[in-house]
Design a binder for this molecule. Structure first.
Ligand SMILES: Nc1ncnc2c1ncn2[C@@H]1O[C@H](COP(=O)(O)OP(=O)(O)OP(=O)(O)O)[C@@H](O)[C@H]1O
Ligand SMILES: [Mg+2]
Length: 291
């Protein structure tokens, strides 16, 4: 056999060409096994996820892309322990299937909206998760303060969110997620609201931080360039009901700088993924039009 180590059991089209699947060692940090999610009942039922199988290895940076409404945030809510899976399947964390709510607090999670509290200073927004966890305020503040320079926010500790730019607010939300030190970080479109230039800067900055801290990251985006630039793997989901369409291993060398996106390898991966993502987006529009 050419490829004895397929990454995902129900992968529709195996990765080909540039990216060769690396043999993976050890058990995954988190694994979704036949995960389904249905909302509502009868005529009002929405099948959000329909049998998702996906394994994330420790230390990987995995990007997730798929049409709007295909269940990406729902998947994140499940991994964060905020939403239960239907009874068909399970989320396995460190080899242990997780029951209702058991995952709460085990992963750090940046939701799709940055959710900064307007009445709290930047510093007090950053320490929120630590305080909820029971870390004494002074200790939480000291830990957060030490991270301000790294996140480009030194001097802004006492500012309020409305006094910051969009990019700075995103960095505060990211800092809060980093401060909640868990092996797995879920980032739901963290740069979605940013202009292209700020976004490109934030991507390079995030990679630098990631190279240093090496947490396992699962990152949702609508931007194919972003997915390829950041990821060790790009996971493409189908239109709703969401399944894993394909997993592309991104073999571009690290550390990655701005020049990567103009390399022939990058362009070839993008060409291949664009075709797949566009096909699914069209299906998504077609079904929205039909309903
Ligand atoms: N709490 C809920 N109750 C009912 N339906 C829900 C709920 N949460 C999500 N859905 C439905 O599940 C589907 C998937 O939603 P989800 O937010 O996961 O999509 P998404 O892929 O994150 O989309 P986007 O890219 O627009 O953020 C949608 O049809 C949505 O309407
Ligand atoms: Mg979403």
């Amino acid at each position: 056999m050419d490829d004895p180590t397929p990454e995902v059991a129900d992968q529709e089209a195996p990765s080909s060409g540039i990216a060769k699947a690396q043999p993976e060692v050890g058990p995954p940090l988190v694994e979704m096994v036949n995960v389904w999610k249905r909302f509502g009942q009868g005529a009002g039922e929405t099948v959000a996820l329909a049998g998702v199988d996906l394994a994330i290895q420790p230390g990987e940076f995995v990007t997730l892309i798929g049409p709007s409404g295909c269940g990406k945030s729902t998947l994140f809510n499940m991994i964060a322990g905020l939403t239960d899976t239907d009874s068909d399947g399970s989320v396995v964390f460190k080899n242990k299937p997780q029951r209702d709510g058991e995952l709460l607090g085990k992963v750090s999670f940046m939701p799709q909206k940055d959710l900064l509290f307007a009445w709290r200073t930047v510093l007090d927004n950053a320490t929120l998760a630590l305080e909820i966890e029971g870390v004494p305020r002074a200790k939480a503040r000291a830990r957060a303060e030490a991270m301000f320079p790294e996140f480009g926010l030194a001097g802004f500790e006492k500012h309020y969110p409305h006094q910051l730019s969009g990019g700075m607010r995103q960095r505060v939300a990211l800092m809060r997620t980093f401060l909640f030190e868990r092996e797995l970080m879920l980032l739901d479109e963290p740069f979605g609201a940013l202009d292209a230039l700020t976004r490109a800067m934030m991507q390079r900055w995030l990679l630098e931080i990631w190279e240093k801290h090496r947490r396992t990251v699962l990152f949702i985006t609508h931007d194919i360039d972003e997915a390829i630039f950041l990821g060790d793997k790009v996971v493409v989901m189908t239109a709703r009901p969401g399944r894993i369409k394909t997993v592309e291993t991104i073999d571009l060398p690290r550390p990655r700088g701005a020049e990567v996106i103009t390399s022939p390898e990058f362009i070839e991966i993008k060409r291949r993924l664009l075709g797949i993502v566009e096909e699914e987006s069209l299906k998504s529009f077609a079904s929205a039009g039909a309903s």
